[in-house]
Each structure stands twice: as structure tokens, then as C-alpha cells.
Design a protein around this ligand. Structure first.
Ligand code: SAM
Ligand code: SF4
Length: 473
């Protein structure tokens, strides 16, 4: 039977949410942990099975140093086996920071008078996309505050405009969205513009804590937000991203919430979320938030490793909120996507001066390295930075599921496509030193392919060198 979120809008009928805070705490409080149990659970995950809530609670309750190391090693192995050494790159593009909500952690909140409000005009949006294309970006996420001005039509128009911008060899091939929850009709309008993933983060899965941090505006309604991606699914958007803002509540509860949300989407729509995000709260304009739940880097690594094992075939995103040193360390435990060259002040990609101004942005980022520096660093670590958008454009949704479950999929499609998009970047945008490094990484990775495939990829690279673009498998 399909889950129909419509029924939860009927007044006076209390919602039966798929998140039951008491049940989650029971799992966390009553699940025991032993070395044998942890080993079995890691083995289950490595054999390509998603974990249930009890198993996730067991991993969370493993606080012994040795067991934590085993979990981290398991996550590392899973990432290597499943995702290999590719890492997908994207950039955020803030379109507007008007907002009628009051989330107490966010610089855009309506009550923050210090925030300089701005919505990009069509011309400004075009300039931003051109600047991003000039850097070599191919995948963007458009970000919006929650405001009547940012209607579904407005979001869809922004998407169409961004897709239409072509500068030099540049083009945007995939646009994801992070914006307010919509109703089903709204999602249908946005879907028509050709978006990739629609992200809505629940922020915290705990209803009482949620209330405390979301005091007014549409977002104060926990259930409306919790069912956002059900409505997206009902509108035909089967590519969705979930997330929790880490630091509002106990991270262990949030991990359980994210897994429960994943299970819910899988059970109702046969497809889990495409991505999971777990941003940690960072400084923001006029920030004055009280919370006892900010977490250490050590616990953050545990969180990432446990999530990796819990939902092996879901993409995991780590953004520039985190400093370079944390990102470089954590990627190995299961991250599949990072942003690079991010600038989050409204209009800052096309602005040539120093753009850091916390009153023009939602929060402070910590990793402001240019895209090429990040690519160079990834190449240094023998990783393949990828701008691949092939699955999405060929209608292969559930790509992570395929990577995971279709034997040979990564070798046949993902690695070659990552190599081809890297080659494009190296020919079009990279300085000499990065180009040489990148060509060596490509050379090494070609050896891992079958002889036939290696030949096909080499032939495509030659065509790219001769000027063709957008070649993929
Ligand atoms: N207005 C949309 C909404 O609320 O869904 C867009 C949200 S915002 C552009 C994307 C995410 O940034 C939020 O969902 C929240 O998790 C995160 N965020 C907000 N304030 C933050 C802060 N101070 N530090 C880190 N992340 C923050
Ligand atoms: Fe507005 Fe989103 Fe910020 Fe909340 S998190 S104040 S809804 S932009």
C-alpha cells in the first residue's frame, strides 16, 4: 500500500509519523553490544545488505576503542569495494536568502536584521553560472530560503535559466535543489524543469527538539517537513536527499532517524534517498543558539562510518562547512560527494573581490579552497575527481543502488565516466601541473579496466582531446 501523506493534513487527526522518538530511544537504550555482534553486523553490511535499526543501535553503542576501529575499518573497506576511488564534485549556488522562517541556527532567519537580503536577478544568475562554468563545474545545487517569492515556478525558472547557460566548453549537466518542502502540485512544476535531486533536511528527527529550534513560519510544522519527500515521490520525483543538522540533538538519535527515514522511503516507494547529508552547525550571522549536542571530530567520524555501513548504497555528502583537514580525513570512511570551490555569499562567484561576509551568507564555510586545489589534492591521494552525470541523463535512477547491486557496474560505467569527465576538466580548465598529475591518475586507473574497455575509453579520451565533449557510457 502506498503511503499517502495527504491524509496527514486532515485537521484533528493526529499524525502517525514514521518516526517514533520513544522507539528510537528504546533501541538505543536496550541494545547490547559485543565484539561478535559488531563483527557480524559489519560482515552483513559488507555483503551488501542494509542494516536494520537494532543493528545500527548496536554499532552506535560500540564505544570500546577497538570496536570503533573495527567499524571505521569496515566503513573504509565498504567504500573501497563499492565506490572505489571516485569522488563526485559539485558546487552550491545560493539564489535567494529571503526567508519567512525562524530557524535559530540559520543566518537567513527572518528575525535576523543583520542579514543583507537578496534574490539574484536573471542576469545575475546567468553571471554566477558562467563564473562556475569557467572554473570547470558541471554539477550545481541551487539553494533557496523559504519565502513566498521562491514559488515552484520561480524555482523551475531558475533551473531552466541555469541549464541554458553555456560558456566556452562549459555547461551545467545536473542541477540539484535544496529548498523548502512543497505540495505535490509544486513538486510537479519543479520536476518538469529537469532537476536531479530534491533535498530537504529534517534538521532534527526529534519532534520536541525540533519545536525548540523552529519557532515560527511554515517550517515550524515538523510533520509537514517530515513528509516533504513523500509528496516529492507522489509527484514523481524519485531522486531525493535527506539530512540532519548535527548539533541540534544527540547525534546517535539523528543517525537512527536518518536510517528510519531511509527505510520508510524504501518500503513505500521501492527507492531510498539518493543522498544523505549530515552538516554540523557552523557559525552564522548573529548566531545565538543554545545546544548541548555539538559533537567532536572523533564522534563525527563514528557517525559517518556507522551511516556508511547502515545504508551501503546511499550517496553521502560532506560539504565545505568542514575544514579541509577534516574533509581529507573523513572522505575515506564513506563519502561519495563533496563540494569544491564553494562560495555561499549571494552573488559571490562572479564577484572578483574578497567575498567573505557572514551577513550575506547562511553560515560560515571552513574549506574555501578553489576547485582546482581540491582536485589537485584528490589526485595527489590517487582519487578520481568525477563530474559524471551519465546515469541521471540516461534515466538510470537509483544509480548508487546499481553501482552496488549490478555486478561490474562500477568498472563498466562509473570508472570510465569519471575518467572521461576528469579528462574534460584537465583539457579545459586545469593548470599544467594538475593536468600532468591527472593524466597519470587516468593512466593508472585505465589499467584496472578490461582490455576492450580500456581501448574504448582511450579512444574517447582522444576524441575529447580533439575537441568533442560530453562523451559517456
Ligand atoms: N530554506 C531551505 C530549508 O530550510 O530547507 C534551505 C535550507 S539551507 C539553504 C540548507 C541547510 O543548511 C539547512 O537545511 C540546514 O541543515 C543547514 N544549515 C542552516 N544553518 C546552518 C548553520 N549555521 N551551520 C551549518 N548548516 C546550517
Ligand atoms: Fe530559512 Fe532554511 Fe534558514 Fe530555516 S534553514 S531560516 S528555512 S533558510
Amino acid at each position: 500500500m502506498q503511503f499517502t501523506p495527504e491524509k496527514y493534513r486532515v485537521p484533528d487527526i493526529p499524525m502517525q509519523p514514521f518516526i517514533d522518538a520513544e522507539e528510537i530511544w528504546q533501541y538505543l537504550n536496550n541494545t547490547s553490544c559485543s565484539a561478535d555482534k559488531v563483527k557480524d553486523i559489519i560482515d552483513k553490511s559488507l555483503s551488501k545488505e542494509r542494516l536494520n535499526l537494532e543493528e545500527v543501535a548496536t554499532l552506535i553503542n560500540a564505544t570500546d576503542t577497538d570496536l570503533i576501529e573495527q567499524i571505521k575499518e569496515g566503513a573504509k573497506l565498504l567504500k573501497q569495494n563499492i565506490y572505489g576511488n571516485r569522488i563526485v564534485l559539485f558546487a552550491p549556488l545560493y539564489v535567494g536568502n529571503r526567508c519567512s522562517n525562524n530557524c535559530d541556527y540559520c543566518g537567513f532567519r527572518a528575525s535576523n536584521k543583520a542579514q543583507v537580503r537578496k534574490t539574484l536577478t536573471n542576469d545575475e544568475l546567468i553571471k554566477e553560472v558562467e563564473a562556475l562554468e569557467d572554473e570547470g563545474q558541471k554539477r550545481l545545487i541551487l539553494v533557496f530560503g523559504e519565502h513566498a517569492e521562491y514559488s515552484p515556478e520561480f524555482i523551475a525558472d531558475s533551473v531552466r535559466t541555469a541549464y541554458s547557460v553555456k560558456k566556452g566548453n562549459g555547461e551545467i549537466r545536473r542541477l540539484n535543489i535544496n529548498a523548502a518542502p512543497l505540495d505535490i502540485e509544486g513538486y510537479k512544476i519543479v520536476k518538469k524543469s529537469g532537476i536531479g535531486t530534491y533535498q530537504v533536511f529534517q534538521e532534527t528527527y526529534h519532534p520536541e527538539i525540533y519545536k525548540k529550534h523552529h519557532t515560527s513560519g511554515r517550517k515550524a510544522d515538523y510533520n509537514w517537513r517530515l513528509t516533504a519527500l513523500d509528496r516529492a515521490q507522489e509527484a514523481g520525483i524519485d531522486d531525493v536527499g535527506i539530512g540532519a543538522l548535527i548539533g541540534l540533538y544527540d547525534w546517535r538519535f539523528e543517525v537512527m532517524g536518518l536510517v528510519r527515514h531511509t527505510n520508510h522511503l524504501e518500503a513505500c516507494y521501492n527507492i531510498g534517498p539518493h543522498t544523505i547529508s549530515f552538516p554540523r552547525i557552523k557559525d552564522a550571522s548573529n548566531l545565538n543558539i543554545e545546544s548541548n549536542y555539538f559533537i567532536s571530530d572523533e564522534d563525527f567520524v563514528r557517525l559517518v562510518a556507522i551511516l556508511r555501513l547502515a545504508v551501503p548504497y546511499t550517496g553521502m555528502i560532506l560539504t565545505a562547512r568542514e575544514p579541509a583537514i577534516v574533509r581529507d580525513e573523513i572522505i575515506q570512511y564513506g563519502i561519495s560527494q563533496i563540494d569544491g570551490g564553494s562560495k555561499i555569499e549571494l552573488g559571490s562567484y562572479s564577484f572578483k573581490g574578497n567575498s567573505h561576509n557572514i551577513d550575506r551568507s547562511q553560515f560560515q564555510i571552513s574549506d574555501d579552497r578553489p576547485l582546482n586545489d581540491i582536485i589537485d589534492e584528490l589526485l595527489e591521494q590517487d582519487m578520481i575527481p568525477s563530474f559524471c552525470t551519465a546515469c541521471y541523463r540516461l534515466g538510470r535512477t537509483g544509480e548508487h543502488f546499481m553501482e552496488f547491486s549490478v555486478p561490474g557496474f562500477i568498472k563498466r560505467f562509473c570508472t570510465p565516466n569519471a575518467i572521461l569527465t576528469l579528462a574534460e576538466y584537465l583539457f579545459d580548465y586545469a593548470p599544467e601541473q594538475t593536468r600532468l598529475k591527472g593524466m597519470m591518475v587516468i593512466e593508472n586507473n585505465l589499467k584496472s579496466l578490461s582490455a576492450n574497455l580500456e581501448k574504448e575509453v582511450k579512444e574517447k579520451i582522444s576524441r575529447i582531446e580533439m575537441g568533442e565533449r560530453d562523451l559517456y557510457f
